[in-house]
Structure formats: C-alpha cells, structure tokens
Design a protein around this ligand. Structure first.
Ligand SMILES: C[S@@+](CC[C@H](N)C(=O)[O-])C[C@H]1O[C@@H](n2cnc3c(N)ncnc32)[C@H](O)[C@@H]1O
Length: 228
C-alpha cells in the first residue's frame, strides 16, 4: 500500500485560508489565554487520565491505513496512540488553535510520516473538501463540542460510518458531591465556556447513530462512542 501524503498546509503550518480569529471573539481570547498558561504543565496535569485516553483511542477501533482526526489535539498526548492505530500507511490529521500547545505536539511527533499538525480554530477549520476520515477523537474538548460550526466542519470531513469518540467533564448525579466538586474545579481550570455540563454531547449525539455514553472517574467524566 502506498503511504498517504500528509495534508497540505501553508508555510506556517496552518490550514490554507485559516486565521486565528474565530467566533465568538471573547471565548476565543479566553481559550487562548487559558491554554497559553496551561501549556507548560499540561502533560503533568493530564497524566492521571492516561488510562482513559488509551480506552478512548481503543474505542476508535482504528485499522492500518485509515485516517483519523484529533480535534483540539493540545500537546499531542493522543498522537502516539492514534499513529500506532493507523500505522505508517495511515494518516493522522490533528487540529489545535493554541500555539504553545501545538508547539509541544510538533516536538513530540517531529518527522512522523502521515501526520498533519495544523493550527486553526475548529470552527474555522477548512478541512480539505476531499477528506473522508474514518474516525475522529474529541478528548477533553468541551469548548469545541459546544460550537455547532466546529462540529459541522469536522463531520463534513468524516466518511459515512466513521467512528467518533468524545471524552470530557460532565456533572455527576447529585449524590456524588465530591465528583461534582471535581467537575466544578476542573471546568473552571480548563474550559472557556462551561455550559451544558449536564450533557456536553447534546450537539454531538444527534449527528451520530449507535450512540453510547458511559461514565468514568466516579461519574465526573463521560465517554461517548458513536458512528456517523
Ligand atoms: C483540555 S485540552 C485537550 C487537549 C487534547 N485533546 C488532549 O487530549 O490532551 C483542550 C484543547 O482544545 C483546544 N481548543 C479549545 N477551543 C478550541 C477551538 N475552538 N479550536 C481548536 N482548538 C481548541 C485548546 O487550545 C486545548 O489545547
């Protein structure tokens, strides 16, 4: 099988035609500031969620030669697992708007074949019109999931039947107050627009079939799987 070429980017590594500006501007500025601040310690903070990350990647059921999207890839912690899943003949297309986060992803994965790391806001991402990815991962990307335009664009880049996995914070039942303290603290720490935490998948799920939502981390985190 011939290795698939990486996706085209311009000289800065952005998607052609993308800009840093996105809507709404206030939330964009908040998210950018949040992750500029978190970037140096991000990998350490996410270490407790490594087993959950591996579970999410396994749930994508990747096959050699496939194409997978990592939407809001951060520092690229999922990229080794995604790359291993699609193999050297496959393609990983990762999108991230925060330059300090993306810089770490670039360092982590320098020189990997079939990997495209691109700087853009998800709601402005001009995914190539011929892209038909086999799977997409949204791992702790609450702000992206709340933006219908970001979802519309990502789904336009997915093939029929593509597998989608999302993981994120959500309110636990009221009889688990410690879990909800965690959700409150973690969302203030990591989300620019902490709305719909009772069902953060509410815009995602209607786009999918075979939707299954499981709970992890004492119900403070959800793991959604589904198919386009
Ligand atoms: C909690 S981090 C998760 C990073 C990564 N998915 C992981 O598994 O560790 C959320 C990431 O989403 C990015 N992000 C937030 N809003 C975004 C948007 N509108 N477009 C692209 N990236 C965004 C942030 O910059 C941050 O890197």
């Amino acid at each position: 099988m011939t290795p698939r070429p990486p996706l085209p980017t311009d000289a800065t590594g952005r998607w052609p035609g993308s800009s840093e500006a996105c809507t709404p501007p206030r939330l964009h500025a908040q998210a950018m500031a949040l992750y500029a601040q978190r970037a140096p310690v991000y990998d350490l903070e996410l270490a407790p969620f490594e087993a959950l990350r591996q579970e999410a990647i396994a749930a994508l059921q990747l096959q050699p030669g496939q194409t997978v999207l990592d939407v809001g890839c951060g520092t690229g912690l999922s990229l080794p697992g995604l790359h291993a899943g699609v193999g050297s003949q496959g393609r990983v297309c990762a999108l991230e708007q925060s330059p300090p986060m993306l810089t770490q992803a670039r360092t982590r994965c320098a020189g990997w074949p079939g990997l495209s790391l691109l700087q853009a806001a998800a709601e402005e991402a001009p995914w190539p019109s011929d892209l038909r990815a086999d799977a997409a991962l949204f791992f702790f990307t609450h702000d992206i999931l709340q933006q219908p335009e970001a979802l519309r664009r990502a789904f336009a880049a997915l093939a029929p039947g593509a597998r989608v996995v999302a993981v994120g914070l959500c309110w636990a039942p009221p009889w688990l107050p410690l879990s909800n303290c965690f959700v409150l603290g973690a969302s203030l720490h990591s989300i620019a627009h902490p709305v719909h935490l009772e069902a953060p998948w509410q815009d995602l799920a209607p786009r999918l079939r075979q939707v299954h939502v499981a709970r992890r981390c004492w119900e403070a985190v959800y793991l959604l799987t589904g198919r386009v």
